[in-house]
Design a protein around this ligand. Sequence first.
Ligand code: TYD
Ligand code: MG
Length: 464
Amino acid sequence: MPRTVRRHRCIDCGATAAQWVGRCPTCGEWNTLVEESALDPLVRAVNDLDLSAMPVPLSSVDVAEAEAVPTGVDEFDRVLTGGLVPGSATLLGGEPGIGKSTLLLQVLIARAAAGHRVLLVSAEESAHQVRLRAERLGPVPPGLLILPVTDVGAVVAAVTEADCDLVAVDSIQAVAVGPAVAGERRAGGVPGSITQVRECADQLVGLAKARQVAVVLVGHVTKDGSLAGPRALEHMVDTVLSFEGDRHHALRLLVAVKHRFGPTGELGIFEMGDHGLNRVDDPGRLLLGDRLTGVAGGIVLPAMQGRRTLLVELQALVTPMAQAQPKRAVVGLDGGRLAMTLAVLARHADLPVLGLDVFASVAGGVRVTEPGADLAVALAVASATTGRALPADLVAVGEVGLAGEVRQVDNLARRLDEAVRLGFSRAVVPASSPPGPAGLELIRVDTVVEALQRFEVGPSAPVG
Ligand code: TYD
Ligand code: MG
């Protein structure tokens, strides 16, 4: 007879405990532990063994099964290396308000316009709200169905009933399994709790495989990636897309964080307009359009986002310390790397930055966290500290080590090609760099101090 073990599981965070306690030891919520009479997992595993599942030679497995179907939204298809694969599950993550629902609706409209039947499970917005949004995006093809429910059971039933080949669930945090009992907590926890999110995702991923439909799940992610949910789902789905940008700017970047059907380096670039998201062919125009030249603290960095180069404007501002502790603030940059670069500037270049408030940002709502930004950050801070502007036709790229040395970066040739294309004529690069493209003068530097001296923003320059 199988041995039964008694466990208690928190319906909020999913943690298990051997004994019932009033307050979950993991998340601190009260009255969230419920008894979970689970069979001993080992016994269950043996009982569930499927003896018909025999190993087969990998070479005999059909390759054609994983054929991607284009959605019709070019930038989306580019990131997915062709489109959505039938039977696959994709998680579309991003901060609230970034445009996930809009992107998804555009994908559904495009697919339906090509004659497919597609289903939008709208758990957050009413059918009326979705219709209003669709009005802004263009004509709505008849093949686009909407199901405004929050119950995953209803979704499974609907997909089985209506013969669709693409199902989008907006969002995974708003759906739940099991009925809501009035006045009581739902047995599986409230929608959005980790237990519910996992259980729902599990059922929907199962549905994708069983019915060979492509399933896209929307997941809200907060800035630090916390608010649980989506991060916990990454291992359950085939593809994880991240939709990034700044709500206050029009530019949106779509990247694949994980992709089981192809490489992850592709980048989709969109602009949010009055009629939805449009592809951006020349992001340089959008990002460098408002640049002020001849002002201290600004420099252009050829940054890599996936496999595409984006020229972004970096800005630094320094002010006398306003409080007992110096303040450092970054927008779109890695705060830890800024602190390190400041330490290098103070130690090796004698710049008095440790006693100043330092602000650094990337314009346009782009996030650049790669080490290749170090040299540009160092030059921008030094320029802001000395009050001397850097040349307008200059770009800088290189990683700065703790000894102040400038190190090589990946994809240098691509970055420099893009700089030439956008009209820049000089580039500060690591000393080990190969020859650059025609029309671009390379200024090779071994150390960050050398770079600073070259543009007179170094130790010998008067501090402004
Ligand atoms: P939304 O797709 O609802 O974001 P998410 O699902 O990620 O929370 O869109 C968010 C913003 O986009 C919203 O503030 C309105 C704006 N928007 C436009 O600017 N133009 C448009 O055509 C649409 C549909 C939305
Ligand atoms: Mg939404």
